[in-house]
Design a binder for this molecule. Structure first.
Ligand code: ADP
Ligand code: F6P
Length: 322
Protein backbone atom coordinates (compact mmCIF):
# COMPACT_ATOMS: atom_id res chain seq x y z
CA UNK A 1 0.00 0.00 0.00
CA UNK A 2 1.30 3.47 -0.87
CA UNK A 3 1.62 5.64 2.24
CA UNK A 4 0.52 8.67 0.19
CA UNK A 5 -3.06 7.54 -0.40
CA UNK A 6 -5.00 8.01 2.80
CA UNK A 7 -8.41 8.99 1.52
CA UNK A 8 -10.19 8.26 -1.72
CA UNK A 9 -13.44 9.59 -3.15
CA UNK A 10 -15.98 7.85 -5.36
CA UNK A 11 -18.50 9.42 -7.71
CA UNK A 12 -20.87 8.40 -10.50
CA UNK A 13 -21.19 10.59 -13.59
CA UNK A 14 -23.13 10.68 -16.87
CA UNK A 15 -26.10 8.34 -17.40
CA UNK A 16 -26.84 5.97 -14.53
CA UNK A 17 -26.52 2.23 -15.10
CA UNK A 18 -27.58 -0.83 -13.10
CA UNK A 19 -24.53 -2.19 -11.27
CA UNK A 20 -23.14 1.22 -10.37
CA UNK A 21 -24.10 0.54 -6.74
CA UNK A 22 -22.22 -2.75 -6.77
CA UNK A 23 -19.18 -0.84 -8.04
CA UNK A 24 -19.50 1.88 -5.37
CA UNK A 25 -19.78 -0.80 -2.68
CA UNK A 26 -16.72 -2.67 -3.93
CA UNK A 27 -14.61 0.50 -4.23
CA UNK A 28 -15.51 1.45 -0.65
CA UNK A 29 -15.10 -1.98 0.92
CA UNK A 30 -11.80 -2.73 -0.87
CA UNK A 31 -10.35 0.66 0.09
CA UNK A 32 -11.43 0.08 3.70
CA UNK A 33 -9.72 -3.33 3.56
CA UNK A 34 -6.52 -1.37 2.73
CA UNK A 35 -7.22 0.94 5.73
CA UNK A 36 -7.89 3.85 3.40
CA UNK A 37 -10.71 6.27 4.20
CA UNK A 38 -13.53 6.70 1.71
CA UNK A 39 -15.61 9.74 0.87
CA UNK A 40 -18.78 9.55 -1.18
CA UNK A 41 -19.29 12.40 -3.63
CA UNK A 42 -22.91 13.05 -4.61
CA UNK A 43 -24.18 14.11 -8.05
CA UNK A 44 -21.00 13.58 -10.08
CA UNK A 45 -18.66 16.48 -10.87
CA UNK A 46 -21.43 18.95 -10.03
CA UNK A 47 -21.60 17.57 -6.50
CA UNK A 48 -17.83 17.72 -6.22
CA UNK A 49 -17.88 21.42 -7.11
CA UNK A 50 -20.71 21.96 -4.60
CA UNK A 51 -18.72 20.02 -1.97
CA UNK A 52 -21.45 17.40 -1.55
CA UNK A 53 -18.92 15.14 0.07
CA UNK A 54 -19.50 12.80 3.02
CA UNK A 55 -17.54 10.23 5.00
CA UNK A 56 -18.51 6.79 3.84
CA UNK A 57 -18.69 3.96 6.35
CA UNK A 58 -18.91 0.29 5.53
CA UNK A 59 -22.57 0.29 6.58
CA UNK A 60 -23.33 3.09 4.12
CA UNK A 61 -22.85 0.65 1.24
CA UNK A 62 -24.80 -2.17 2.88
CA UNK A 63 -27.88 -3.45 1.11
CA UNK A 64 -27.26 -1.51 -2.11
CA UNK A 65 -25.75 -4.18 -4.39
CA UNK A 66 -29.20 -5.25 -5.63
CA UNK A 67 -30.47 -1.73 -6.27
CA UNK A 68 -30.71 -0.05 -9.68
CA UNK A 69 -29.58 3.53 -10.34
CA UNK A 70 -26.83 5.02 -8.21
CA UNK A 71 -27.13 5.80 -4.51
CA UNK A 72 -24.67 8.66 -5.02
CA UNK A 73 -26.83 10.26 -7.70
CA UNK A 74 -25.41 11.43 -10.99
CA UNK A 75 -25.41 14.63 -13.00
CA UNK A 76 -24.07 16.27 -16.10
CA UNK A 77 -21.84 19.26 -15.51
CA UNK A 78 -20.82 21.02 -18.73
CA UNK A 79 -18.62 23.60 -17.03
CA UNK A 80 -16.31 20.81 -15.89
CA UNK A 81 -14.71 21.12 -19.33
CA UNK A 82 -13.29 24.49 -18.27
CA UNK A 83 -9.74 24.62 -17.00
CA UNK A 84 -10.43 26.91 -14.02
CA UNK A 85 -13.38 24.75 -12.93
CA UNK A 86 -11.15 21.65 -13.01
CA UNK A 87 -8.52 23.52 -10.99
CA UNK A 88 -11.16 24.47 -8.42
CA UNK A 89 -12.35 20.83 -8.22
CA UNK A 90 -8.79 19.66 -7.51
CA UNK A 91 -8.50 22.29 -4.76
CA UNK A 92 -11.78 21.07 -3.24
CA UNK A 93 -10.38 17.51 -3.24
CA UNK A 94 -7.26 18.70 -1.41
CA UNK A 95 -9.38 20.69 1.07
CA UNK A 96 -11.29 17.48 1.92
CA UNK A 97 -8.10 15.43 2.10
CA UNK A 98 -9.03 13.40 -1.00
CA UNK A 99 -5.87 12.00 -2.64
CA UNK A 100 -7.63 10.01 -5.35
CA UNK A 101 -11.03 9.51 -6.96
CA UNK A 102 -12.77 6.60 -8.65
CA UNK A 103 -15.05 7.93 -11.40
CA UNK A 104 -17.79 5.58 -12.59
CA UNK A 105 -19.16 6.71 -15.96
CA UNK A 106 -18.53 6.81 -19.69
CA UNK A 107 -16.02 8.42 -22.06
CA UNK A 108 -17.05 11.96 -21.11
CA UNK A 109 -16.54 11.23 -17.43
CA UNK A 110 -13.04 9.89 -18.18
CA UNK A 111 -12.14 13.27 -19.69
CA UNK A 112 -13.09 14.85 -16.37
CA UNK A 113 -10.99 12.24 -14.54
CA UNK A 114 -8.06 13.01 -16.81
CA UNK A 115 -8.37 16.70 -15.99
CA UNK A 116 -8.33 15.99 -12.25
CA UNK A 117 -5.25 13.78 -12.71
CA UNK A 118 -3.54 16.67 -14.53
CA UNK A 119 -4.24 18.81 -11.47
CA UNK A 120 -2.63 16.34 -9.11
CA UNK A 121 -5.58 14.20 -7.98
CA UNK A 122 -5.07 10.51 -8.74
CA UNK A 123 -7.99 9.16 -10.74
CA UNK A 124 -9.26 5.79 -11.92
CA UNK A 125 -12.23 5.34 -14.30
CA UNK A 126 -14.76 2.52 -14.29
CA UNK A 127 -16.92 1.86 -17.39
CA UNK A 128 -20.52 2.60 -16.41
CA UNK A 129 -23.01 2.73 -19.28
CA UNK A 130 -25.80 0.52 -20.59
CA UNK A 131 -24.68 1.27 -24.17
CA UNK A 132 -21.51 -0.91 -24.25
CA UNK A 133 -19.96 1.87 -26.33
CA UNK A 134 -16.64 2.23 -24.52
CA UNK A 135 -13.96 1.05 -26.94
CA UNK A 136 -11.34 -0.17 -24.49
CA UNK A 137 -13.57 -2.74 -22.81
CA UNK A 138 -15.66 -5.73 -23.86
CA UNK A 139 -17.97 -5.18 -20.87
CA UNK A 140 -19.62 -2.09 -19.41
CA UNK A 141 -21.51 -1.90 -16.13
CA UNK A 142 -25.26 -2.01 -16.82
CA UNK A 143 -25.30 -3.46 -20.32
CA UNK A 144 -26.28 -6.96 -19.23
CA UNK A 145 -29.21 -5.72 -17.14
CA UNK A 146 -30.36 -3.39 -19.92
CA UNK A 147 -30.41 -6.11 -22.58
CA UNK A 148 -32.24 -8.52 -20.30
CA UNK A 149 -34.81 -5.87 -19.34
CA UNK A 150 -35.31 -4.97 -22.99
CA UNK A 151 -35.45 -8.62 -24.06
CA UNK A 152 -38.25 -9.37 -21.56
CA UNK A 153 -40.21 -6.31 -22.68
CA UNK A 154 -39.77 -7.19 -26.37
CA UNK A 155 -40.99 -10.78 -25.75
CA UNK A 156 -44.16 -9.31 -24.27
CA UNK A 157 -44.74 -6.95 -27.18
CA UNK A 158 -44.10 -9.83 -29.57
CA UNK A 159 -46.91 -11.88 -27.94
CA UNK A 160 -49.49 -9.19 -28.56
CA UNK A 161 -48.05 -8.44 -31.98
CA UNK A 162 -48.43 -12.11 -33.03
CA UNK A 163 -51.96 -12.32 -31.61
CA UNK A 164 -53.04 -9.34 -33.70
CA UNK A 165 -50.87 -10.27 -36.69
CA UNK A 166 -49.20 -6.89 -36.59
CA UNK A 167 -45.76 -5.55 -37.24
CA UNK A 168 -43.98 -4.04 -34.22
CA UNK A 169 -41.16 -1.56 -34.34
CA UNK A 170 -39.47 -1.53 -30.95
CA UNK A 171 -36.99 1.22 -30.26
CA UNK A 172 -34.22 0.42 -27.80
CA UNK A 173 -31.62 2.78 -26.29
CA UNK A 174 -28.29 3.58 -27.87
CA UNK A 175 -27.95 7.10 -29.21
CA UNK A 176 -24.63 6.44 -30.89
CA UNK A 177 -24.25 2.68 -30.64
CA UNK A 178 -26.36 -0.28 -31.72
CA UNK A 179 -25.15 -2.91 -29.25
CA UNK A 180 -28.44 -3.14 -27.32
CA UNK A 181 -30.35 -3.38 -30.61
CA UNK A 182 -27.97 -6.03 -31.95
CA UNK A 183 -28.08 -8.25 -28.84
CA UNK A 184 -31.86 -7.95 -28.42
CA UNK A 185 -32.46 -8.30 -32.14
CA UNK A 186 -30.70 -11.65 -32.04
CA UNK A 187 -32.09 -12.75 -28.67
CA UNK A 188 -35.68 -11.81 -29.53
CA UNK A 189 -35.57 -13.31 -33.01
CA UNK A 190 -36.30 -10.03 -34.78
CA UNK A 191 -37.06 -10.00 -38.49
CA UNK A 192 -35.16 -6.73 -38.98
CA UNK A 193 -32.44 -5.16 -36.82
CA UNK A 194 -31.59 -1.51 -37.50
CA UNK A 195 -28.30 -0.22 -36.11
CA UNK A 196 -27.00 3.37 -36.45
CA UNK A 197 -23.63 1.95 -37.54
CA UNK A 198 -25.16 -0.06 -40.40
CA UNK A 199 -28.59 1.23 -41.43
CA UNK A 200 -28.85 2.35 -45.07
CA UNK A 201 -32.29 4.02 -44.72
CA UNK A 202 -33.73 1.73 -47.41
CA UNK A 203 -37.30 1.29 -46.09
CA UNK A 204 -38.36 -0.48 -49.27
CA UNK A 205 -36.16 -3.41 -48.23
CA UNK A 206 -38.08 -3.65 -44.93
CA UNK A 207 -41.41 -3.38 -46.73
CA UNK A 208 -40.46 -6.19 -49.15
CA UNK A 209 -39.26 -8.33 -46.24
CA UNK A 210 -42.56 -7.85 -44.39
CA UNK A 211 -44.66 -8.71 -47.44
CA UNK A 212 -42.58 -11.84 -48.14
CA UNK A 213 -42.81 -13.04 -44.53
CA UNK A 214 -46.56 -12.51 -44.50
CA UNK A 215 -46.83 -14.56 -47.67
CA UNK A 216 -44.77 -17.31 -46.00
CA UNK A 217 -47.26 -17.40 -43.12
CA UNK A 218 -45.53 -15.38 -40.41
CA UNK A 219 -47.99 -13.76 -38.02
CA UNK A 220 -45.67 -11.10 -36.66
CA UNK A 221 -42.86 -8.94 -37.96
CA UNK A 222 -40.53 -7.58 -35.32
CA UNK A 223 -38.23 -4.67 -36.12
CA UNK A 224 -35.70 -3.64 -33.49
CA UNK A 225 -34.70 -0.05 -34.09
CA UNK A 226 -31.86 1.66 -32.22
CA UNK A 227 -32.44 5.09 -30.67
CA UNK A 228 -29.63 6.47 -32.85
CA UNK A 229 -31.89 5.95 -35.89
CA UNK A 230 -35.09 6.84 -34.01
CA UNK A 231 -38.29 8.10 -35.68
CA UNK A 232 -40.01 4.75 -34.95
CA UNK A 233 -43.52 6.23 -34.92
CA UNK A 234 -43.27 7.86 -38.35
CA UNK A 235 -41.49 4.78 -39.71
CA UNK A 236 -44.45 2.66 -38.48
CA UNK A 237 -46.90 4.95 -40.28
CA UNK A 238 -45.02 4.75 -43.59
CA UNK A 239 -44.52 0.99 -43.41
CA UNK A 240 -48.19 0.40 -42.60
CA UNK A 241 -49.22 2.53 -45.59
CA UNK A 242 -46.84 0.67 -47.90
CA UNK A 243 -47.71 -2.89 -46.78
CA UNK A 244 -51.28 -2.65 -45.51
CA UNK A 245 -50.04 -4.51 -42.40
CA UNK A 246 -50.99 -2.86 -39.11
CA UNK A 247 -47.76 -1.53 -37.63
CA UNK A 248 -47.18 -0.16 -34.12
CA UNK A 249 -44.17 1.52 -32.58
CA UNK A 250 -43.07 0.99 -28.98
CA UNK A 251 -40.26 3.07 -27.49
CA UNK A 252 -38.84 1.30 -24.44
CA UNK A 253 -36.95 4.34 -23.11
CA UNK A 254 -35.65 4.67 -19.56
CA UNK A 255 -37.11 1.41 -18.30
CA UNK A 256 -33.98 -0.12 -19.89
CA UNK A 257 -31.70 1.98 -17.72
CA UNK A 258 -33.30 1.20 -14.37
CA UNK A 259 -34.00 -1.89 -12.34
CA UNK A 260 -32.14 -4.38 -10.20
CA UNK A 261 -28.81 -5.40 -11.79
CA UNK A 262 -28.33 -8.94 -13.08
CA UNK A 263 -25.87 -11.30 -11.46
CA UNK A 264 -23.41 -10.57 -14.28
CA UNK A 265 -23.55 -6.83 -13.67
CA UNK A 266 -23.20 -7.23 -9.89
CA UNK A 267 -20.26 -9.61 -10.33
CA UNK A 268 -18.27 -7.61 -12.91
CA UNK A 269 -18.99 -4.28 -11.25
CA UNK A 270 -17.80 -5.68 -7.92
CA UNK A 271 -14.51 -7.03 -9.28
CA UNK A 272 -13.85 -3.89 -11.31
CA UNK A 273 -14.68 -1.66 -8.33
CA UNK A 274 -12.24 -3.54 -6.13
CA UNK A 275 -9.60 -3.43 -8.88
CA UNK A 276 -10.01 0.35 -9.12
CA UNK A 277 -9.52 0.77 -5.36
CA UNK A 278 -6.49 -1.56 -5.40
CA UNK A 279 -4.60 0.34 -8.08
CA UNK A 280 -5.59 3.73 -6.70
CA UNK A 281 -4.30 2.74 -3.28
CA UNK A 282 -1.14 1.42 -4.95
CA UNK A 283 -0.52 4.93 -6.32
CA UNK A 284 -1.66 4.51 -9.93
CA UNK A 285 -3.49 7.34 -11.64
CA UNK A 286 -5.10 8.30 -14.93
CA UNK A 287 -6.14 4.69 -15.63
CA UNK A 288 -9.39 3.03 -16.65
CA UNK A 289 -10.41 -0.49 -15.63
CA UNK A 290 -11.54 -2.72 -18.48
CA UNK A 291 -12.53 -6.28 -19.19
CA UNK A 292 -10.68 -7.30 -22.33
CA UNK A 293 -10.26 -10.72 -23.93
CA UNK A 294 -11.40 -12.48 -20.77
CA UNK A 295 -9.23 -10.54 -18.33
CA UNK A 296 -9.57 -7.53 -16.02
CA UNK A 297 -6.94 -4.99 -17.12
CA UNK A 298 -6.22 -1.27 -16.80
CA UNK A 299 -5.21 1.21 -19.49
CA UNK A 300 -3.98 4.76 -19.53
CA UNK A 301 -7.05 6.97 -20.06
CA UNK A 302 -5.62 8.68 -23.15
CA UNK A 303 -4.79 5.31 -24.71
CA UNK A 304 -8.27 4.03 -23.79
CA UNK A 305 -9.96 7.06 -25.36
CA UNK A 306 -8.00 6.64 -28.59
CA UNK A 307 -9.26 3.08 -29.07
CA UNK A 308 -12.12 2.32 -31.43
CA UNK A 309 -14.62 -0.49 -31.58
CA UNK A 310 -17.21 -1.51 -34.08
CA UNK A 311 -20.11 -3.92 -34.46
CA UNK A 312 -18.55 -7.36 -35.09
CA UNK A 313 -19.03 -8.01 -38.80
CA UNK A 314 -19.67 -11.74 -38.54
CA UNK A 315 -22.25 -11.30 -35.75
CA UNK A 316 -24.01 -8.59 -37.74
CA UNK A 317 -24.13 -10.72 -40.88
CA UNK A 318 -25.52 -13.67 -38.93
CA UNK A 319 -28.13 -11.40 -37.33
CA UNK A 320 -29.33 -10.45 -40.81
CA UNK A 321 -29.46 -14.07 -41.99
CA UNK A 322 -31.23 -15.84 -39.10
P1 ADP B 1 -20.57 9.79 -20.10
O1 ADP B 1 -19.59 9.86 -19.00
O2 ADP B 1 -21.61 8.75 -19.86
O3 ADP B 1 -19.91 9.70 -21.48
P2 ADP B 1 -21.13 12.61 -20.59
O4 ADP B 1 -20.46 12.63 -21.91
O5 ADP B 1 -22.41 13.34 -20.42
O6 ADP B 1 -21.45 11.12 -20.09
O7 ADP B 1 -20.09 13.17 -19.53
C1 ADP B 1 -20.38 13.19 -18.16
C2 ADP B 1 -19.71 14.37 -17.52
O8 ADP B 1 -18.29 14.28 -17.67
C3 ADP B 1 -20.05 15.71 -18.15
O9 ADP B 1 -21.27 16.23 -17.67
C4 ADP B 1 -18.89 16.56 -17.68
O10 ADP B 1 -19.05 16.94 -16.32
C5 ADP B 1 -17.72 15.57 -17.75
N1 ADP B 1 -17.02 15.75 -19.03
C6 ADP B 1 -17.45 15.39 -20.26
N2 ADP B 1 -16.57 15.74 -21.21
C7 ADP B 1 -15.56 16.37 -20.57
C8 ADP B 1 -14.33 16.99 -20.99
N3 ADP B 1 -13.98 17.04 -22.27
N4 ADP B 1 -13.54 17.52 -20.04
C9 ADP B 1 -13.89 17.47 -18.75
N5 ADP B 1 -15.02 16.92 -18.29
C10 ADP B 1 -15.84 16.36 -19.16
O1 F6P C 1 -27.06 5.70 -20.77
C1 F6P C 1 -26.92 5.74 -22.15
C2 F6P C 1 -28.13 6.38 -22.77
O2 F6P C 1 -29.19 5.62 -22.35
C3 F6P C 1 -28.17 6.49 -24.27
O3 F6P C 1 -28.56 5.36 -24.95
C4 F6P C 1 -29.11 7.65 -24.46
O4 F6P C 1 -28.91 8.26 -25.68
C5 F6P C 1 -28.74 8.54 -23.34
O5 F6P C 1 -28.28 7.69 -22.30
C6 F6P C 1 -29.80 9.41 -22.88
O6 F6P C 1 -29.51 9.92 -21.62
P1 F6P C 1 -30.20 11.22 -21.03
O7 F6P C 1 -31.60 11.16 -21.46
O8 F6P C 1 -30.00 11.07 -19.56
O9 F6P C 1 -29.45 12.35 -21.62
Amino acid sequence: MSSEIRTIGVLTSGGDAPGMNAAIRAVAREAMYHKVKVKGIKRGYRGLLNEEIFDMRSVDVSNIIQRGGTVLGTARCTEFKEEEVQQKAAEICRKHGIDGIVVIGGDGSYRGAQALARHGINTIGLPGTIDLDIACTDYTIGFDTAINTAMDAIDKVKDTSSSHERCSIIEVMGRHAGYIALWCGIANGAEDILLPEKYDYDEQKIVDHMVLNRRLGKKHHLIINAEGIGHSTSMARRIEAATGIETRATILGYMQRGGSPTCTDRYYASIMGAYAADILVAGKSNRVICYKDGKFVDYDIEEALSMTKSIPEYVYNVSQRI
